[in-house]
Design a protein around this ligand. Structure first.
Ligand SMILES: [Zn+2]
Length: 240
């Protein structure tokens, strides 16, 4: 049974959660939530271009660099992080990893879950992470699934924004105001030295989503936002 409110974030690679959801992570961490990030892979083959440009680089060294960067970013955001080292290009989770993710769900009992979109023709590992996240959520609900812990309820799942949303059939349904924690997100992004080229890109995206949040009825104080898409219907007693 979880002691405090919590959220679960499943990231295919070491840095995905930073670009796509660091604002949400920092926001909920600042509200006293326990935020737990599960990284399926270090992204050592596919998302470590900067590191591979250094002479004499090895796969183990790249993993160490990415692990160190992500751990630093998670700390900046006030989150816990766990790495499964399931490889990348492709991510291949073992049955042990699947069971451990079910255990994570059952122990954490998260209020909501964040993960990747269903489609991403630029990186097949991202849909794999989506698939594993949704599957293990369902397994964690099943009384008969053979891992210990209290069965999971039905936490909503929000998909975070992929790099090129149109190609990924990503449709923003929620714009989360992350203005109060934007400086923290920036600091976390800057801990990702191997992907410096993305710092400015995601700053621009945050501004654009912020402007859209205001346009969609949010307060004018919103300067930065992150976009999410729901997997399951919202349950409510009034429409707004
Ligand atoms: Zn990735």
């Amino acid at each position: 049974m979880a002691d405090s409110k919590s959220i679960l974030v499943v990231s295919a690679h070491a840095a995905d959660f930073v670009w796509r959801a660091a604002g949400a992570i920092a926001l909920y961490s600042s509200r006293g939530y326990r935020v737990r990030i599960l990284c399926l892979s270090f992204g050592e083959r596919g998302e470590s271009q900067g590191a591979w440009k250094e002479p004499g680089m090895t796969i183990e060294r790249v993993k160490e660099i990415r692990c160190s960067e992500s751990t630093r970013a998670a700390k900046i955001l006030g989150a816990e992080i766990r790495f499964f080292d399931s490889g990348d290009y492709p991510i291949v989770p073992s049955q042990g990893t699947i069971d451990q993710m079910v255990t994570e769900y059952r122990e954490l009992q998260p209020e909501f879950v964040l993960t990747h979109s269903y489609r991403d023709p630029y990186n097949p590992d991202h849909p794999t992470a989506n698939d594993i996240t949704l599957k293990t959520r369902v397994y964690a609900q099943a009384l008969g699934y053979p891992v210990s812990g209290k069965p999971l309820g039905a936490p909503p799942v929000f998909l975070f924004e992929p790099h090129q949303p149109e190609q990924c059939e990503f449709n923003p349904q929620v714009l989360l105001d992350v203005t109060p924690v934007w400086e923290i997100k920036q600091e976390a992004m800057k801990s990702m030295e191997a992907q410096r080229h993305l710092w400015e890109y995601y700053t621009d995206l945050g501004k654009r989503r912020g402007a859209q949040a205001v346009r969609n009825g949010g307060p004018k104080s919103i300067q930065y936002a992150e976009a999410f898409q729901r997997v399951y219907p919202q349950v409510t007693d009034h429409l707004s």
